[in-house]
Design a protein around this ligand. Sequence first.
Ligand SMILES: [Fe+2]
Length: 309
Amino acid sequence: MLLTRKEDLSSPYYANLHTRHFAPGWARPEPSMWAEPKPKFKPAVWRFAEAKQALDASHNMVPADQTERRNLIMVNPIEGNTYASTRHLVAAYQCVMARDRARTHRHSANALRLVLKGKPGIATIVNGTAIDMIPGDVLLTPGGCWHGHVNETDETGYWIDFLDIPFVQLCEAMFFEPYPDGEMEPVTSRGPTPMRIPAGEALGPGRDAKTVEVGAGIMPTIAMHLMRQPAGGRIDVGKTTVNHLYAVSSGKARFKVEAGTDEVLGVGDLIAVPCWHTHTIEAPEDTVIFRVSDEPLLKKLGLARNGAA
Ligand SMILES: [Fe+2]
């Protein structure tokens, strides 16, 4: 029951409840439960070309020693949100400029990255292992792993970061630690390492439609899938409580999401598809899409659920 008369809530009875930090369950401003998910987050698209231009421009505005990371966070455009891309995950475009470095740190949040532009000499160092950043590769830094980035080349390296920071913040379980004296962690190994998932290796040769999970079980909150579709291919995704981020790794993909979104994404572009939005992915040309989701988190909590077909 919701009260309709304003004077009810200003009566001495309700004023007294308020001062004692009680709220009457029968007069909530909005319900606390509902029949099925009604996500506040919206479908949203970010373009690599725009991010690259802005990151390049930041070179003259923000010295490297004034930023932990040179990145642009993909903030979902809903009221009051200043950070998250979907409810539990955040994505960001990041670069490390020629001869620059992003100093080593570690945190309780899990992180991974999809390399967009890189080459040998541009590397992520994970727990002492230097991993060259090659386009299409996925690099993992599970929670607690030291990691930093170095660029010993004359070209800028770019990638997309994916992290579960919004969820870790929600849990109030954030820990962050810079490497001592703001230094880079010394390189003790050059691999191989399970923290590098090479482009193409997981999918194998060919151009047939295929979706494979990569890095399964390494991070407790995040699932990663590589999705290959030949030109003319199509994937339909029904209502699910899982929140998705899709980034195009090669080719082009068209995303149609209920409530009006219809966008063609090229390499490096990213779309957030919040839970409970049916969507269709079409391949106007051969494409590989990298999908990042909170599926393991929801499964562990017994909250992974699909809507009626
Ligand atoms: Fe980090």
